[in-house]
Design a protein around this ligand. Sequence first.
Ligand code: NAP
Length: 583
Amino acid sequence: MGRRIAVIGAGATGLTCIKSCLDERLEPVCFERSKDIGGLWRFKEEAEAERASIYHSVIINTSKEMMCYSDFPIPDHFPNYMHNSRILEYFRMYAQHFDLTRHVRFQTAVRSVKKRPDFSRSGQWEVVSVSSAGQEQSETFDGVMVCTGHHTHPHMPLHDFPGIEKFGGQYFHSRDYKSPQEFQGKRVLVIGIGNSGGDIAVEMSGVAEQKSEPNDRTQLSNERSESVSQDLNPLQVFLSTRRGSWVLNRVSDNGFPVDMMYGTRVMALLWKYLPFSLLNWIGERKINTRFDHSLYGLQPEHRLFSQHPMVNDDLPNRILSGRVQVKPNVSEFRSASVVFQDGSVEDRIDVVVFATGYTFSFPFLDDSVLAVADNQVSLYKYVFPPALERPTLAVIGLIQPLGAIMPISELQARWATRVFAELQKLPLEKTMLKDIENKKKAMAKRYVLSQRHTIQVDYIPYMDELAAQLGVRPRLGWLLLRDMRLGLQLLLGPCTPYQYRLCGPGQWAGARRAILTQWDRVAKPLRTRVLPETPRPSTMPVLLKLSAACLLCTAASLYIHRYPPLFIQNPPPFIQRFVPNLG
Ligand code: NAP
């Protein structure tokens, strides 16, 4: 074992950092504030201070083949979209398999991380931690990996909601929402249409239908209880959004997971070369065939790919059956009612859930190391603070991808640990700053201006970018020649994380097999009533096939035009007989 690395947090990201340290023969010491691993994905009945908190029913919106660690496939019988308890089970299996938990100091919080006086020479850090018994300890580390996530601090923009102080009902942030039972029979308003807002509105609308007894409402004002007794069906969930949203489906064409159908390299090629507006047009047409977003009051002004994806299979159904009503932004709260920006008023709102997202911060770090302003940070490839004299601190998992976080965190961790081990170097500060600047500009150009769009990355381009740093980017052309079956899967099939274990440092012998059997693992949990044939997806939807074919033909003709092959420059006589002008 070599240099000591402090890993802060033992969630999905911290675990893979521990493993990456071990792979590079570094010595990890992981500080975990709570009693157990799993971070955000470990459900607790009560939200705990300084810890992310999820609701009981959360089902992840990325499929198992796309979200797993690259050298540890999720068991084939696990469902494709997993409940949080299954995800935790998978993390436990990962930790056990690679023997990671022995490196974790539980119930130990990091209080401060400071440069040592000789930092410019040694690159070392002074880490002060405190145990649950209050015992403080100061230690020196050669590197630090910050894995504290970005869903811990609720964004509660009460100043944007005039009159909230007069509101007599209950209100809270989605972080404190656990399950719908206690809201039976209430009239609920959910503000914000991210994935939390969508999930909570759908779930609450399942219980809000039951008729409430006036006794349940003794705490309400007279005005409120009086109107309840007059109303025959007072129960409802309202979902308020200030700009609408496009809604995607987990279940895609022929019932396959949406991220596997569209998270392909050929799709990434289209992304690179087709105009953004055309891509949006294709995507919007496609999702509007499921339900028309303007008919359902959800249509935003921005384009499909200008927002972080909202994935919800049940929301259209709830809107169509009237259980959820979509409303514009709130303009004012009154004691028992809410006025919306279109002038409509909803009386007797009992509960308001602010599903308004999260902000992040690093209270244990000095601003001179990493400053957060308006929910933005300056990190080279979202990992390294560019101005450090020595690259010995990395922030891992501080990204919001169009796809799963875990494999991205893993690739970041693999890269960072190789930099810590001095097997790789970072470019000059000015090059890093330029890269950061370009990324910020590209994000601002593409996404709607919002505090939630500050760390967005696209899954394949970003993974490839990291993989290129690390030397593990799959060599597609070479693979197509050498192992066509695998090469075609890489090009046309889903870009599953195993692709980044085919070559280079950290190569895994099981990667090829994992790629070739990925659709079997998709099918396995569905074969509960076995039929003679297991269907596989046609590798690409028709529209994409056409676009891909056009793109490939154009690329091929451009290439041939520029570098005419020998047989075209000097065609053999029998070809000249048929195509006389070819040469
Ligand atoms: P989010 O994605 O940040 O969405 C916040 C919502 O609140 C947006 O609609 C935002 O509108 C709105 N909002 C924020 N400030 C507002 C204001 N002042 N007035 C009105 N509206 C305001 O937060 P989230 O839904 O909690 O999701 C957080 C992360 O967890 C995301 O990465 C999400 O994908 C993930 N998540 C995943 C699952 C799952 O896997 N099943 C479930 C829940 C969450 P604007 O867009 O206009 O800013």
